[in-house]
Design a protein around this ligand. Structure first.
Ligand code: ADP
Ligand code: MG
Length: 862
C-alpha cells in the first residue's frame, strides 16, 4: 500500500516559489486503476514523479508498504524505482538508438539478471503488448501506438508493483488510445496503476477510481481508502539493489556511438589530431635521434680517440683562431694597434706535449686496464713504421717503382708540398698520399669498415688486400702509384704541361681489370735496415744505388694481393681512392726482421757509437783530423765524389742520437707505440672512455707521476657536442609542443563528452527512471569517453604510421636519409594508453555532471 501524507512540493524559480503540490494526503490500494484528472499545471506530473521516487518532496511523507521514505538514501530510491515502479510517459521516452528488445531489456540489465533470463522476460513482456514480432526494430521505425506499447512492455518487464502512466494516450489517436487503455486495464488486474490524463471519458470508462486535482490539491476522490482497509497491509521483503555492469554501460554507449558513426568518427578524428601531432613529433625525433646516434656511432668507428706520442695542443691553436675573429679590447686613442696572432699561433704550434705511451700501453694491457678493454670496441697501437715495397714488374727511368713509401708525387716534384702539409697535421688526421695502409688489428673493426668483395682476407703476413669503391673503381692515382699504370707517362704529361707543350692532360681511357688480374699482383717487401751496407766501420746508405736496390728487391720476400675489399655500408661517407691494406702480421714481421738485422743489432749493442759514422755521437762538425789512420787510408783510395758523399754522411750525422738512428733504421720498440687509438662503438662509450682517461690521469698525478698524464685532442667530441646541444634544444621545443598537443586534445575530448552529455540528457532521465544509480549514469559516459578515447588513440597512431611513409620519402628525397620518421611500437602503445587515460580523466567532469542531472528535468528535455 502506498500512502502520501501531507505531501508538499515547491519549486524554487527566478520568480519565487512555485507551489506545485500543496498538502496532498492520499492512499492507494495495491491493486486498483486510478486516474488522476485535472487541468494542465495542477501538479499531476509532479505527484506522479514523487510517487515514482523520481522527484523528492519538499515536506510531508511518502509511506511505502508502511515504511516512511524520509530516510531513504539515493540507493534506496534507485532500488525502489527499479523493482517497484514502472514508468510510462506521454512521449514514450524510448532510447532511440537501441532496438525494441534492448529498450525493454534495459531495466533488467540494471538488476543483474542473466542474459538468457533477460531475453526471455523481455520477449514475454513484448508478447504481452502484442509486439513479439518486432523485437529488432528501432523505435524510430514504429508508430506512436507501437512505441507506447514498447514503453509499457519496458515498464512491465521487472514485474513492478506500481505502474505510473503520465498521459500515456496524450499523443495518440482515439483508436490507438483505446487499445492502450485496454492494455493498461488488463495490467491493472494484478497491480496498482496510476494514470494521469485529461481525458475524463477514458478515465471514467476504464479506471476504478478517479482523483481530481486542482492547483496542487485534491478536489475529489471517487473511492478513498477507508481506515479499516489501511490496517490490512502486508510487508514485503527487502529487494536486491540494482546496479549496472561496466559492460552494460559500454554496450549502451557503443550502441549510441554506432548510431552516429559519422559523428563518432569525426569526434574520434578530432581527438586523434593531438595524438597524430605527438606521434609525428615522436616519430621524427625518434628517427632523427636514431640517425644522429648512427652517425655518431659511424663517426666513432672512423674517428677513435687517438693519443699521439707527441701532440700539439689544438685547443690553444683554436682559441687563438677564435680570438682573431672575436672581440678584443677597444681603443679610443685614435691610433692603429697590432693584434697578437702570429706569435700566439706559432707558440701554440711549438707547444707540443709528449705522452708517455709506453706506460699507458702497459696500463691498458694490465688488469687495471680491463675497464678500458671492456668499454672500447678496439684498441689499436700505431708505430712509425716505414714499409719499403717495390713493384718488381714496373720500372721507370729512375729505376724500379717504389710503391711504399709512395714515390709518385716525388717524381712530379710535389713532395715538398706534401711534407709541409704533413708537418701541420698530426698523423691520425693525415689523409695521406700513401697507397699502402694498415688494416685494423681488430677483426671487428676491420669488418665494420670493409667488406670482402672477392678473394679472401689475408691469412699470412705477406698477404694484402686491395680496396675498390662501391662502384668497383680505383683511382688512377692509386694505380700509377702501385706501378700498375705507367708512371713515366704521367710524369711526362705533367712535365709537358709545365713546359707549356700541351694545354691539358688528356684523361686516359679508363682501364679495366678482371678480378683475377688484380688478385695475381705481387710486390716485394724490403726492410728499412736493408738499404745499408757495411763498409769498414761504417754503414753506407745504398738506397740511391739502382743496382743495389734491384738486387735487394730481387732477393726480397714476395707480397701478394689475396682479396678485394670495399668500404662497408656504415662508412659510405668515407671517400675511397682505393689502395692496398696490409696486416698487423706484416707489421710484426717487419718489426721483428728489422730488430734482428745486423745493423740494428750492432747499433743496439753499441749505444754510444753511431753506426753510420763508426764513431761516438757528438754535436761537433766532422773533422778530418779525427779520422783513424786506417780510415785515412780508405779515404785516400776513394774518388772525389765518394769523398763528398762521405763528408755529407758525416755532417748529416752530426746531430744524430741513438734514438734518432733507431728511428732512421726503422727499428721499433713494440712497447713504445707512436700512437694509441681507442675505438668506441657508441658516442656514450666514447664519453666513458674519455672519463676513464681522466681517471687514469688523476691516478697518475696522485702517484706523483705527472709526466705520465695523457693529453689528446678530441676534435670530434668538440664538433659533436655542439650538434648535441642543438639537438637537445630542438628536443625541448618538441617536448613543449607535445605537452600543448596533449592538453589541447584532452580539453577537446572533455568538450566532446560534454556535448554528448547534453545530447543524451533524455537517456539519463530514462535510465534514472528505471532505477539506474548516479554511478551507473557516470559509467555510461565514462564508457563513452573510453570508447572515443580508444578509437581516437588507435586512429591517431594509425594515421601517424601512414603519414610517416610519405614524410620519410620526402626527407629521403631531400637529404638521402631513409626512414627518418618511424614510430616505435612501444611509443604507439604508450600513446594509446596515455590518450585513453587523459580522455577518461577529461570525461570525468562531464560524466559526473551527467550523473548529477535531475532525472525529472532530464526527462522533460527534448
Ligand atoms: P501538470 O503535469 O499537472 O500539467 P506539473 O506537475 O508538470 O503540472 O506542474 C505543476 C506546477 O509546477 C506547474 O505550475 C509547473 O510550472 C511547476 N513546475 C513543474 N516542474 C517545475 C520545475 N522543475 N521548476 C519550477 N516549476 C515547476
Ligand atoms: Mg504533466
Amino acid at each position: 500500500m502506498l500512502k502520501c501524507e501531507h505531501l508538499v512540493k515547491d519549486y524554487v524559480t527566478g520568480d519565487g516559489l512555485v507551489h506545485a503540490i500543496r498538502d496532498i494526503t492520499i492512499t492507494f490500494r495495491d491493486n486498483e486503476f486510478v486516474s488522476i484528472l485535472g487541468p494542465s499545471g495542477c501538479g499531476k506530473t509532479t505527484l506522479l514523479n514523487i510517487i515514482g521516487g523520481l522527484d523528492n518532496y519538499t515536506s510531508g511523507n511518502l509511506i511505502i508498504n508502511g515504511k516512511s521514505t524520509k530516510d531513504y538514501t539515493d540507493k534506496d530510491w534507485d532500488t525502489y524505482r527499479n523493482h517497484r515502479i514502472g514508468f510510462v510517459f506521454q512521449s514514450y521516452n524510448l532510447i532511440m538508438h537501441q532496438s525494441v528488445l534492448s529498450n525493454v531489456e534495459l531495466a533488467l540489465t540494471l538488476t543483474g539478471v542473466s542474459k538468457e533470463e533477460r531475453r526471455r522476460r523481455a520477449v514475454a513482456a513484448l508478447e504481452r503488448v502484442g509486439l513479439h514480432d518486432q523485437l529488432n526494430k528501432k523505435p524510430t521505425q514504429m508508430s506512436g501506438g507501437q512505441m507506447q506499447r514498447v514503453a509499457i512492455a519496458r515498464a512491465l518487464v521487472n514485474d513492478p508493483d506500481i505502474l505510473l502512466a503520465d498521459e500515456p494516450t496524450g499523443a495518440l489517436d482515439s483508436k490507438t488510445s483505446l487499445q492502450i487503455m485496454d492494455l493498461l486495464k488488463e495490467i491493472a488486474a494484478d497491480r496498482l496503476v496510476i494514470m494521469v490524463t485529461h481525458n475524463p471519458e477514458l478515465a471514467h470508462e476504464y479506471s476504478t477510481r478517479i482523483v481530481e486535482l486542482k492547483d496542487g490539491e485534491i478536489m475529489s476522490d471517487s473511492d478513498p481508502v477507508s481506515e479499516k482497509e489501511e490496517k490490512n497491509e502486508e510487508k514485503k521483503g527487502t529487494l536486491k539493489k540494482p546496479s549496472m555492469s561496466f559492460w552494460t554501460a559500454l554496450s549502451l554507449s557503443l550502441n549510441n556511438l554506432m548510431t552516429k558513426k559519422g559523428r563518432t568518427f569525426l569526434t574520434a578524428f578530432a581527438g586523434s589530431i593531438g595524438i597524430i601531432g605527438i606521434g609525428l613529433i615522436m616519430s621524427i625525433s625518434n628517427g632523427v635521434q636514431n640517425y644522429i646516434t648512427s652517425v655518431e656511432n659511424d663517426t666513432m668507428t672512423s674517428y677513435p680517440i687517438t693519443i699521439e706520442d707527441n701532440t700539439m695542443d689544438m685547443s690553444v691553436l683554436m682559441s687563438a683562431m677564435a680570438d682573431m675573429g672575436g672581440e678584443s679590447e677597444s681603443h679610443d686613442d685614435g691610433k692603429i694597434h697590432t693584434k697578437n696572432f702570429a706569435n700566439k699561433i706559432l707558440s701554440s704550434i711549438s707547444q707540443t706535449e709528449s705522452n708517455n705511451l709506453t706506460d699507458f700501453k702497459k696500463f691498458l694491457e694490465s688488469d687495471q686496464g680491463k675497464e678500458f678493454r671492456d668499454v672500447a670496441k678496439a684498441i689499436e697501437y700505431g708505430y712509425d713504421l716505414t714499409l719499403h715495397v717495390y713493384n718488381p714488374n714496373a720500372r721507370t727511368e729512375k729505376g724500379l717503382v717504389q710503391v711504399a713509401p709512395n714515390g709518385l708525387l716525388d717524381k712530379i716534384g710535389m713532395n715538398d708540398m706534401i711534407a709541409l702539409r704533413d708537418q701541420f697535421m698530426s698523423s691520425s688526421m693525415n689523409a695521406g698520399n700513401e697507397v699502402w695502409n694498415k688494416l685494423p688489428d681488430s677483426e671487428k673493426l676491420r669488418d665494420d669498415e670493409y667488406e670482402l668483395v672477392d678473394g679472401k682476407w689475408p691469412a699470412a703476413w705477406n698477404e694484402v688486400v686491395i680496396e675498390v669503391d662501391r662502384n668497383n673503381e680505383i683511382s688512377d692515382y692509386t694505380m700509377y702509384s702501385l706501378g700498375l699504370m705507367d708512371q713515366d707517362e704521367l710524369v711526362d704529361n705533367f712535365n709537358d704541361l709545365q713546359a707549356g707543350k700541351i694545354d691539358e692532360i688528356e684523361p686516359g681511357e679508363s682501364v679495366t681489370y678482371t678480378k683475377d688480374e688484380l688478385l695475381d699482383t705481387t710486390f716485394k717487401l724490403v726492410l728499412n735496415s736493408d738499404f745499408y751496407e757495411k763498409s769498414g766501420s761504417m754503414w753506407i746508405d745504398k738506397s740511391d744505388d739502382e743496382e743495389f736496390v734491384d738486387q735487394l728487391v730481387k732477393n726480397a720476400p714476395e707480397v701478394k694481393i689475396t682479396g678485394i675489399v670495399r668500404p662497408a655500408d656504415a662508412t659510405v661517407a668515407r671517400s675511397s681512392m682505393g689502395g692496398v691494406y696490409y696486416t698487423q702480421a706484416m707489421q710484426d714481421y717487419v718489426v721483428e726482421q728489422t730488430n734482428n738485422s745486423e745493423i740494428v743489432k750492432e747499433q743496439r749493442d753499441h749505444k754510444d757509437i753511431n753506426v753510420f759514422t763508426g764513431r761516438g755521437f757528438s754535436n761537433e762538425k766532422f773533422d778530418m783530423n779525427d779520422l783513424s789512420d786506417e780510415e785515412k787510408m780508405q779515404l785516400a783510395m776513394m774518388d772525389q765524389s765518394q769523398v763528398m758523399e762521405l763528408m755529407n754522411t758525416m755532417n748529416a750525422n752530426a746531430n744524430a742520437t741513438y734514438a734518432s738512428n733507431m728511428i732512421k733504421l726503422g727499428a721499433i720498440d713494440k712497447d713504445t707505440p707512436s700512437s694509441i687509438s681507442i675505438y668506441a662503438s657508441t658516442f656514450d662509450d666514447k664519453e666513458e672512455l674519455g672519463d676513464l682517461i681522466t681517471d687514469y690521469n688523476e691516478e697518475q698525478q696522485a702517484q706523483g707521476k705527472d709526466e705520465n698524464v695523457i693529453s689528446y685532442n678530441d676534435m670530434i667530441g668538440v664538433m659533436l657536442s655542439g650538434v648535441s646541444d642543438v639537438i637537445n634544444m630542438i628536443s625541448y621545443v618538441l617536448i613543449g609542443f607535445v605537452s600543448v598537443s596533449l592538453i589541447v586534445s584532452s580539453i577537446m575530448i572533455g568538450i566532446i563528452t560534454y556535448i554528448s552529455v547534453l545530447e543524451r540528457r533524455k537517456e539519463i532521465g530514462i535510465l534514472r527512471a528505471m532505477g539506474a544509480s548516479k554511478r551507473d549514469v557516470r559509467n555510461v559516459f565514462n564508457a563513452e569517453t573510453f570508447i572515443i578515447g580508444l578509437i581516437a588513440g588507435v586512429l591517431g597512431v594509425l594515421i601517424t604510421v601512414l603519414l610517416n611513409i610519405p614524410i620519410s620519402l620526402v626527407v629521403e628525397d631531400l637529404t638521402g636519409v631513409a626512414g627518418i620518421a618511424r614510430l616505435p611500437w612501444q611509443a604507439g602503445a604508450v600513446l594509446i594508453v596515455i590518450n585513453l587515460i587523459l580522455t577518461v580523466i577529461a570525461g570525468l567532469i562531464p560524466a559526473s555532471m551527467a550523473s548529477k542531472k535531475d532525472p525529472v528535468e532530464a526527462l522533460r528535455s527534448e
